[in-house]
Design a protein around this ligand. Structure first.
Ligand code: SF4
Length: 200
């Protein structure tokens, strides 16, 4: 995978960009860069696959609802909104540098927009699409159905696993959609591109 074009386009939009061949290299970079901070994590299989939570918790104060007990998850989601650093991934990235995310509860997309000194998006090569329309198609028809299956939702996409049915199910996980055209003003935003398939 050649990241030159998307890197250049992301940088022209104002994002910082780092490129790594492997998830291990990306994790080592983040571990070195984030120190002594409060750090929030959005729901992300990519971050899980990086194993970065376990690395950062040794020298940062972490907030991640995924590892919190059920009775504190809501409180932790709120705390994630105002940490110094927030880490997440994306459901799609277009070659012209637009970052797409679908959310159900909304905490992940909300936290990616405001409230931190710095936000990191860790994005594997499988999320990259040639055009915005294809990145949107991927987010809706690949990432969201797979997430619905993973979460055991009773939605048509989770049953069939083939595409989005734009359902009206009470279990629908697609309630909000955010496209970042650029970093939010006043908040440093770094995209970490990894030349490996990561997440859904
Ligand atoms: S809108 Fe419904 S069918 Fe479509 S991906 Fe989301 S949960 Fe699945």
């Amino acid at each position: 995978m050649v990241f030159e074009t998307v890197k250049k386009n992301l940088e022209e939009r104002g994002f910082l960009v780092s490129v790594f061949s492997t998830a291990a290299e990306a994790a080592a970079y983040m571990d070195k860069s984030i120190d002594g901070k409060t750090v929030g994590f959005g729901g992300s299989l990519t971050l899980q696959e990086l194993g970065i939570y376990e690395m950062l918790e040794r020298h940062n104060t972490m907030f991640w609802h995924a590892v919190a007990p059920p009775e504190t998850k809501e409180e932790v989601r709120k705390a994630e909104l105002s940490t110094q650093v927030f880490c997440t991934s994306a459901n799609g990235l277009s070659e012209d540098g637009q970052i797409l995310n679908i959310d159900g509860i909304g905490n992940r997309v909300a936290a990616s927009l405001f409230g931190h000194e710095k936000v990191y998006f860790v994005i594997g090569r499988n999320k990259l699409a040639p055009t915005y329309e294809e990145a949107l198609w991927r987010a809706r028809n690949i990432a969201a159905p797979k997430n619905a299956m993973r979460l055991g939702k009773k939605t048509p996409c989770a049953v069939k696993g083939d595409r989005c049915y734009n359902c009206k199910s009470p279990d629908r996980i697609c309630q909000s959609f955010v496209t970042l055209w650029g970093p939010s003003m006043g908040m440093e935003t770094e995209v970490i591109l990894v030349d490996q398939d990561l997440g859904l």
